[in-house]
Design a protein around this ligand. Sequence first.
Ligand code: MN
Length: 433
Amino acid sequence: MINPTHHPELRSWVSSANTPETDFPIQNLPFGVAHITANSPARVCVAIGDQALDLQALTAHALLQGLAQEAAHACEGGRLNGLMALGAAHHGALRAQLSALLAVGSPHQALVQRCLVPQAQLRMVLPAQIGDFSDFFTSIHHATNSGRLARPDNPLLPNFKHLPVAYHSRSSSIVIDGTPCPRPHGQTKPAGSTHPVFGPTRCLDFECEVGLFMGQGNALGTPIPLQEAQDHMFGLTLLNDWSARDMQSWESQPLGPFLAKSFMTSLSPWVVTMEALAPFRTPAADRGTDAPALLAYLNDTQDRANGGLQLDLEISLQTQGMRELGLAHHVISRPKFEDQYWTLAQMVAHQTSNGCNLQAGDLIGSGTVSGPRAGELGCLKEITRDGQEQIALPSGESRTYLQAGDEVVFQARCQREGFVSLGFGRCAGRVLA
Ligand code: MN
């Protein structure tokens, strides 16, 4: 899985790609879709340092060959679905040739330079047409912490250790980083009240998640075996599954979330490919000594050995009051994706195990990423114990749930000794009045 594109000594002639703090060194090369000028159609781009490589402009210079050229042609039309639908051979060839063109010593630097656009100039849009979006519940810590609020004596439901629980969510309301979040209205039943009321949610929350974009799909009726799930994954983004907790607790019995989640879901714009993430794979989280045996379709030696991912997430918050005082975003939590109980491959194998077909560009959410320690929780419901405890902010303000003007920002980095660390960019959204 590790190849020359991951080499830690590799440097780009794009100087901003060589700084230690950049999210987009030459070892990353994530894909996104952007309007380069105000009125131009959206195009597929590759992030490098603080620049973006316009893949359509590059194709016009005929610098890509063979499978890489086919892969670049699949990007025409301004969305990633065509590229995602191709297999690992195409993805690997495109990555290898882009890496060579952007590396120090490339004989084509002058031509490629003309295909670069500053990222600051781009207006990013959703990277793919998302046919279906399902959201999982794969953190045992999130499941236990949120379960404890409703069932103190029996927090974890009996199915949790046997299958990765999920629900079908809404693809039409998925938005890109920076889109403001309107406070949804809905039906709630306030504590102590005999009748429900309709009005703005009083418990607006975020959920810090990782989003998986599917690559090649599967035919209806043909499950993806766990051993092959990796070949069907294209890449990862950050995902904010905005949630209205008071609506959720009232409406979810017995069929699960509906309007409490479907008003908006935010994504970071750059899709970090599974190939770029190869150096950061790690064993699947320890299931503990009392865990039941996994059923065969969810059990694979390779997946236990390296189905996890060492990805450090960071959640920060800036209120209107903090902005007025000139205060920076305040970090409120640092969840670690390696703590997830179920792996990405198990999610794909489980979702297709009944023959359900996934398609290129489908989105799968990991569920809230929460760790076992304080400071590693992925939503306000857990951090504040459903509003019972306050978060103190540097402005002197405090929060339980989100208020108008609050901006939530997710960032993430992969780091490992011996490799160049890489990041995911931002997934940000500000709450409207
Ligand atoms: Mn969620």
